[in-house]
Design a protein around this ligand. Structure first.
Ligand SMILES: C[S@@+](CC[C@H](N)C(=O)[O-])C[C@H]1O[C@@H](n2cnc3c(N)ncnc32)[C@H](O)[C@@H]1O
Length: 254
């Protein structure tokens, strides 16, 4: 008798482009095999995510503290981010949602609850250590985890109702290719929600923020840049929220 979590993994398998064996016995499917890294390395921050220590302190300390520093006092709390992402994606019972670069699965678990027993929340990440922690955290039976490259999503076209990518787009080697991939897997009318970097336009803040991006290996997007990229890919109803050096950008495909 399969458990519901097995059922979620089985449902995820039907959405993949490949029929290759992906079971690891670790509670997640794996498309990266022996490769330690998903895609080309981009620097220290991405490397930190693959250590064994960071996933242990990530949800409780690292993400809230660093997030507050980057968002500033006006930005949403962590709980606020999860609520906002769920609302921006307009998640409903029965939806399939993809949490790209899910880390330890904080958002994925919330999405799993929002889509109900007939829905599916897929958490995708490249780091084994992050996924091991995500699996250990448990959560709704509607959640399934996948180790794969966020830039070239291995899902069939037009298969998901929502794509979330928080705190990661700026870390990818090819963020524009990732956006192409996000648009490809979304169904027409599907929603996207992104939280990423946003450097300010005025000096000296711009210079300092750009230097910070170079040192940490992360792209500093300009304000409006991600919204424009979504528009160019056919997204409409685009909203942009800025706080500190972050932006939350959302939209609908078509
Ligand atoms: C800062 S965490 C964000 C986690 C979560 N989305 C959040 O908002 O807290 C960034 C995640 O991106 C993952 N990541 C970075 N580059 C990736 C890639 N090319 N493919 C898949 N995952 C990647 C890292 O392993 C890490 O778990």
């Amino acid at each position: 008798m399969p458990t519901r979590r097995n059922t979620a993994r089985e449902r995820l398998k039907t959405l993949l482009e490949t029929s290759a064996e992906t079971e690891t016995g670790n509670g997640y499917l794996d498309l990266l095999g022996a490769a330690n890294q998903a895609g080309p390395p981009t620097g220290i921050t991405q490397r930190l995510m693959r250590t064994t220590l960071l996933p242990r302190i990530y949800e409780r300390y690292w993400r809230p503290v660093l997030g507050r520093a980057l968002k500033g006092p006006s930005g949403p709390s962590m709980a606020g981010e999860v609520t906002l992402a769920t609302e921006l994606l307009r998640l409903r019972p029965g939806h399939t949602v993809l949490d790209v670069a899910c880390g330890t699965g904080r958002f994925t678990r919330a999405f799993g609850a929002a889509v109900g027993p007939d829905g599916l929340a897929i958490g995708l990440d490249g780091a084994r250590t992050m996924l091991a922690k995500a699996v250990a955290e448990g959560g709704p039976d509607t959640v399934a985890y996948l180790r794969a490259d966020a830039v070239r999503l291995p899902l069939k076209a037009s298969t998901v109702d929502g794509v979330c990518c928080f705190a990661a787009l700026h870390m990818f080697a090819e963020p524009e290719t990732a956006l192409d991939s996000f648009a490809r897997v979304l169904k027409p009318g599907g929603r996207i929600a992104l939280l990423t970097s946003a450097r300010r336009g005025r000096q000296p803040a711009r210079l300092i923020e750009s230097a910070g991006g170079i040192v940490s290996g992360q792209k500093m997007f300009d304000r409006g840049e991600v919204g424009a990229s979504l528009r160019a890919r056919g997204f409409t109803a685009i909203t942009e929220r800025y706080a500190g050096v972050t932006q939350i950008v959302a939209g609908r495909l078509g």
